[in-house]
Design a protein around this ligand. Sequence first.
Ligand SMILES: CC(C)(COP(=O)(O)OP(=O)(O)OC[C@H]1O[C@@H](n2cnc3c(N)ncnc32)[C@H](O)[C@@H]1OP(=O)(O)O)[C@@H](O)C(=O)NCCC(=O)NCCS
Length: 183
Amino acid sequence: MPDVHFPVLSSERLRLRALCSSDAPNLLALYADAEVMRHWIHPPWTALAQAHTAIIEAQRDLESGRALHLAIEAWPDGHLAGSCALYDIAPEHRRATLGYLLAAPYWGKGLAREALQVLLAHGFGTLGLERIEAEVTPHNFASQSLLARLGFRREGRLHARWRVGGATRDVDLWALLRQDWVA
Ligand SMILES: CC(C)(COP(=O)(O)OP(=O)(O)OC[C@H]1O[C@@H](n2cnc3c(N)ncnc32)[C@H](O)[C@@H]1OP(=O)(O)O)[C@@H](O)C(=O)NCCC(=O)NCCS
């Protein structure tokens, strides 16, 4: 499948762009890190094929408009620092769900906030969304702080929402309404 076109979204230290097939090894490194994946809704990846499959799905979803799954590149060195997504895009309800992760060396520098500000601007602006949701496990304090900093509010707990590695996992549902968003 040829790589799909999507305009690059820029911030001071980052570039957000469509995932392409050559990202597979770096994407695997990101999603294979047990520390990065500690609060994720599936176990760490173990095979390059998982990265290739995810990239193909991301490209299909981008074409269909179902989801926007982007690479986060550090600027100007171009390293893959992480990935972020607006998925479950429901244009009829003007709603989508937000996902994000960064490689551990990039944590604690305000980079997730910087990336998500750009993605939220795209969601509320270009895509015309009115509500953006995120699901966060109760012990993922970094993610909760990040969402709170961006203006999200915790709306409640979804019990036994996911099964990961044979155990059930609760998540908290967070949401940001366009009217509460500070660009
Ligand atoms: C969650 C994650 C993306 C945060 O990335 P980050 O770049 O370190 O976050 P930022 O530096 O932009 O910080 C944003 C806010 O969260 C706070 N924060 C960051 N890490 C924190 C931590 N470990 N504990 C408490 N607060 C934390 C920061 O202080 C900052 O608040 P401030 O602007 O008021 O100072 C990163 O830790 C990560 O990739 N984790 C693994 C994957 C994951 O859990 N993704 C989310 C799934 S829901």
